[in-house]
Design a protein around this ligand. Structure first.
Ligand SMILES: [Zn+2]
Length: 87
């Protein structure tokens, strides 16, 4: 066993799997295997900020938030355009 790995409860383990979190640093965007050798640092942008990997669930949340704010007729228009674009 990796000496850096923290023992998680069953619930924490499931939560990590569900949210695709790293078992070691608890961030999203990579798996614990990326820490092999203890040299891994999560990807950062040129401002030094951690850049999480984009997931389908993230995209869905953003699209849903945008759609929720639209009036019904604009929602229908957006859905029509997305269908035409092959979504
Ligand atoms: Zn990690």
């Amino acid at each position: 066993m990796d000496i850096d790995a923290v023992q998680l409860t069953q619930q924490e383990r499931l939560e990590h799997l569900r949210n695709r979190k790293c078992f070691i640093c608890h961030q999203t965007g990579h798996q614990s295997g990326a820490h092999r050798g203890g040299k891994f640092t999560p990807p950062r942008n040129n401002m030094g900020r951690f850049v999480p990997k984009k997931t389908g669930a993230d995209a869905y949340k953003k699209i849903r938030a945008i759609m929720t704010d639209l009036p019904t007729d604009e929602k229908d228009e957006a859905l029509k355009l997305m269908e035409e674009a092959g979504f």
